[in-house]
Design a binder for this molecule. Sequence first.
Ligand code: SF4
Length: 367
Amino acid sequence: MMRHHVHPKDRGLSEAEGKALIDRLEETRSLSRGEWTDLIRGRTPALAEYLFGRARKIRVRHYGTEVYIRGLIEFTNYCRNDCYYCGIRKSNKNAVRYRLTRDQILSCCEKGYRLGFRTFVLQGGEDRWFTEDRMTGIISEIRRRFPDCAITLSIGELSRGSYRRFFEAGADRYLLRHETYDGVHYARLHPETLSASHRQKCLWDLKEIGYQVGTGFMVGSPYQTAENLADDMLFLKELNPQMVGIGPFIPHHDTPFAHMPAGTLELTLFMLGLIRLMLPKVLLPATTALGTIAEDGRERGILAGANVVMPNLSPTEVRENYLLYDNKLCTGDEAAESLKSLDQRFRAIGYHIAISRGDSLNQEIPD
Ligand code: SF4
C-alpha cells in the first residue's frame, strides 16, 4: 500500500515549528530523538538567531557575563591509539613527538598561576610512559603547591582504579569527549581496539568516583548524520556532565581523513546554543577548533551561549607539535600570555574574563 505520510525532514521545518521546538526545549530541557533530528536538520539562520538569544539569556542568568579560563598544558603528544581523525595518532610518523618533564609541567603551572589561571588542564595522548605512579606524583605536587586551583585531567581511557587514584591525589575534573554516541559511527572514526561503549563506561566511572566530568563530540565529523547528533544530545542529557566541549571536525593532512570536509562554524554554534538550553548550568567552552575555523569563532561561541576558554600554557617551543588538526591556533590570542587581548575581545561583545576556579553550577541536581 502506498503511504503518503511526509516526514518533517522531507518538507523541512517551518519557522514557527522550529521556534516552538526551541521554546519547548527551554521549558522542558529535553526533546525526543525525532525532534532533535528535525531541529538540527531543519535549522535556518533565523532559527539560529532565535536560539542564540535564548541561550545568552540563560547563560547570563547563571554565569553573568564572566568567561572562565583554563590553562591548557599539553604535556605529551605520544599516543598509543590511532584515531583516524587525529594528527598525533601513533601511525603518523611525521609528528614530532615530545614529553614535558615533571619540572616543566610544574613551571607551566607556576607561570599560569601568575597570569591568573586557577584551573590547570593536563592534556595528553594515551602515553604509558606516564605511569600511574608518575602521574600520581605530578598531580599530588600540583595539589600541594596550588591548593586553590582545580586540576583537570584529559588523558584518555584508563582503568577505574587509576581514575580513583588520581582523584585521591587531588585531581578534581576529567575531560573525556565521547566523540559520538552511536557505536557504528564511532567504529568509522576509530580502529577496532576502541569502542563507544568502553568510552561511555569510562565516563560513568569518572562520574561515580566524584570527578566533575566534561564530555563532548566533534561536529561535522566524517559520516555524521543529524540522527547521530540527536543521539549525542540524548546521551548528554542522560550523563548530565558539568562540562561539554564541542568543536568542528578539522582534517589533519597526515591522517586517513585528510580529504574529508571540515565541520562548519554554523552547525557548531547551533549545537552550542542547543546544549545551553538543554543543560542551562553546564560549562561550555568556545573551543580552540572554533577559533581556528573562523577568526571571530570564539566570540561567536560566547554569543551562542559558551562561557569558557582554554588558552595554551604549554612551553612555546612544543606548542606547534601538538597538532591534532591542521592550522590549530597556539599563538596570538590563543596563547595564555595574551589573556589581556583575549579579555579585550570579550569586552567588545559585553563579556569579560574572570580570575577564579570557575566551577560548574551543574551539580547532581539538574536545577
Ligand atoms: S584522539 Fe586522543 S586517543 Fe585518539 S589518537 Fe589522538 S590523542 Fe590519541
